[in-house]
Ligand binder design. Structure first.
Ligand SMILES: *Cc1c(COP(=O)(O)O)cnc(C)c1O
Length: 359
């Protein structure tokens, strides 16, 4: 079966010597490897300040806390995402308010505007499957109402919005390096921010203290967590960075190939985005009337296709089961993801198109 998602590690000969060196270096937790990884990540993708953490979820937790989301705050968010996006709102005592989606399955700015109240403290935009959300409008709404914009870029490493790297519009933006994302450090995350919050972020990720000083003289005044990245994870990230463009480019090439080949097929809708947006196609998204039938058909020729995620608001914990989100309902009914990553070669992608054509 050709999988929808896949772990992509560098080859043994590239990774193992560097990994072995770090593991037996005597400094295996947060240290120089982590700081070099942050610097190299920011240089490669074009971000000002990057903070490595133990997971993308930890970065979301930090973003919400540093945005001032507290018990009683509302956060406008999307149901069409992985669960951590919305669970993190519960971590800080906030209430997720689910907005409807646009044609790409991303949070719809008009719906966000309708749901803003005096309790709203933040908006989370997920670039679902790697297709950028409507950042221009979302930024404008956030500014107008004085709330924080958080970009969940876990699916979107390498994507662009108006020539800026994805994550450039948010007050906070997060990436995940969990096993099956574009890039992996086994588990890990990166927080991007334009705000001057260096000390707050460093305290947040390490027990409320700043690493490096005399611990007997430290004074904890704000709650911090055990969210630091380790040198072991960071070295995997550093070695990955050396070859990540090739991998991301293959996702993009395959995505553009599917865009071209599938767009005129009767009964198949592809995601239409403006020219100034470059998706990084973590998954390829298409919409068909009878998604279950096509999922089975692809499975019969050895291609894994699926919806991948459950609509988050259907989880009991969010108490939003009966939310009226008509566009999301339609999007989800028609949704299919097909494999689009670096493991999909020319022959395979042609085979996928043929199968969908004779749908
Ligand atoms: C993977 C993912 C996360 C969480 O990342 P972890 O590194 O697994 O904590 C958050 N949001 C989305 C949309 C994700 O897919």
């Amino acid at each position: 079966m050709i999988p929808l998602v896949k772990v992509g590690l560098p080859s043994k000969d590239k990774l193992m010597p560097r990994l072995e060196q770090v593991i037996y270096s005597g400094i295996i937790a947060e240290g120089e490897e982590v700081y070099s990884f942050e610097k190299e990540f920011s240089e490669k993708f074009g971000y000002e300040s990057c903070y490595a953490m133990s997971s993308g979820t930890a970065c979301l937790h930090a973003s919400l806390t540093l945005s001032g989301v507290l018990e009683g705050s509302e956060v406008i968010t999307t149901s069409m995402t992985a669960e951590p996006t919305n669970l993190s709102i519960l971590y800080v005592g906030g209430t997720p308010v689910f907005a409807d989606v646009d044609g790409a399955g991303n949070i719809c700015p008009e719906s966000v505007r309708e749901k803003i109240t005096h309790k709203t403290k933040a908006i989370i935009a997920v670039h679902y499957a790697g297709y950028p959300a409507q950042l221009g409008k979302l930024r404008q709404i956030a500014d107008e109402f004085g709330v924080s914009l958080i970009e969940d870029c876990a699916h979107a490493l390498g994507a662009k919005y108006k020539d800026s790297p994805i994550g450039s519009y948010g007050d906070f933006s997060i990436f995940s390096f969990q096993a099956i994302k574009h890039m992996t450090t086994v588990d890990g995350g990166m927080l991007i921010t334009k705000k001057d919050m260096d000390e707050e972020i460093k305290r947040f990720r390490w027990f409320g203290m700043l690493k490096g000083g005399d611990r007997t003289k430290m004074n904890i005044t704000t709650l911090g967590y055990k969210y630091n990245m380790t040198n072991v994870a960071a070295v995997i990230g550093r070695v990955q960075l050396e070859e990540i463009e090739g991998k991301i480019n293959r996702h993009i090439e395959n995505g553009k190939y599917f865009d071209t080949k599938l767009k005129n097929i009767e009964g198949v809708e592809v995601i239409n985005l403006p020219d100034y947006v470059l998706p990084s196609y973590w998954l390829y998204t298409l919409k068909v009337e009878n998604s279950d039938v096509l999922i089975d058909k692809l499975s019969n020729i050895g291609i894994q296709a699926s919806k991948l995620h459950k609509l988050n608001h259907h989880h009991e914990i969010f108490k939003s089961k009966d939310e009226n989100l008509p566009k999301l309902k339609e999007f989800y009914r028609k949704l299919i993801h097909i494999p689009c990553g670096w493991w999909v070669d020319d022959i395979l992608r042609a085979k996928i198109v043929e199968c969908i054509k004779h749908n």
